[in-house]
Write a new protein. Structure first.
Length: 259
């Protein structure tokens, strides 16, 4: 079986994985709780369905991929904002600063990556020169979102925020899924479009497994938030909570002062 046949099979597997997770969201009534994550999964699934019958080396594939990827980026940015709001809902001052930082860094990453992608247009010639430059922009943009997701993981671990099981799975699973996406973009920009598909097929499979794991773990009862009140002798947990409260108070006061 040639590479093209395997690529179609793997893409079909990815579509099925997205469909299974979306079905789980609707059956467990989680779609309305996580609207942007649902929209992101639907956008990626629709992109794969549209690209499925098109040859990867064709001009039509490149055009559709670029347009649809821009839409996926936008929704991915909204997902990170959604995650920031959900994980820091008890600390609105910190959440507000986090959302502003994500927005500014996203815009800066787009500008820098666009400048860096210009030489790619000169290196490659003909109809194949646009897609490599686009992968450079895509890698930088997705990487900026991944960095915030990783920082969010560090924040959750450091301050032991009391989240529901679903939100913990959301935060960690989405970070892992995004990490897979960054790895795929790095392969495309490093090895080239003609060599990369042989390696990226495995990455798509791993990403699909992450989606299936999410479908198996996310359920309605996972929305219950377990608040862990620190015991009298738990000085470290008490100190961390006091730090969070003070940080949130200062950032909220600063935001009101600017207003």
């Amino acid at each position: 079986m040639n590479l093209a046949s395997w690529a179609h099979r793997v893409l079909l597997f990815s579509i099925v994985c997205h469909g299974v997770l979306l079905w789980r969201f609707w059956s467990e009534k989680l779609a309305q709780l996580y609207p942007f994550l649902t929209a992101f999964l639907a956008a990626e699934m629709l992109q794969s369905i549209i690209l499925f019958p098109i040859r990867q080396v064709s001009v039509a594939y490149g055009i559709i991929y670029i347009i649809s990827s821009a839409v996926v980026w936008l929704v991915a940015y909204l997902v990170v904002l959604e995650l920031c709001r959900l994980t820091l809902e008890d600390y609105p001052g910190i959440a507000s600063v986090g959302r502003k930082a994500i927005t500014w860094c996203m815009g800066l990453a787009l500008i820098i990556s666009a400048i860096y992608a210009i030489p790619q247009l000169k290196i490659h010639e003909g109809k194949n020169r646009i897609l490599p430059a686009w992968y450079v922009v895509e890698r930088s943009t997705v990487l900026s979102l991944l960095l915030f997701l990783l920082l969010m993981q560090v924040f959750l671990f450091r301050y032991r925020l009391p989240l529901s099981r679903n939100r913990l799975i959301y935060a960690t699973g989405y970070a892992a899924y995004f990490g897979i996406g960054v790895a795929q973009d790095i392969i495309f920009t490093s090895l080239g479009i003609r060599v990369a598909p042989e390696v990226s097929l495995w990455i798509v499979v791993v990403a699909g497994v992450i989606l299936l794991a999410g479908a198996g773990l996310l359920r309605q009862e996972g929305e219950v938030k377990v608040a862990h009140q620190p015991a009298t002798g738990d000085d470290d947990r008490i100190r961390l909570q006091e730090q969070l409260v003070e940080m949130n108070r200062l950032l909220t006061r600063a935001a009101r002062g600017r207003g």
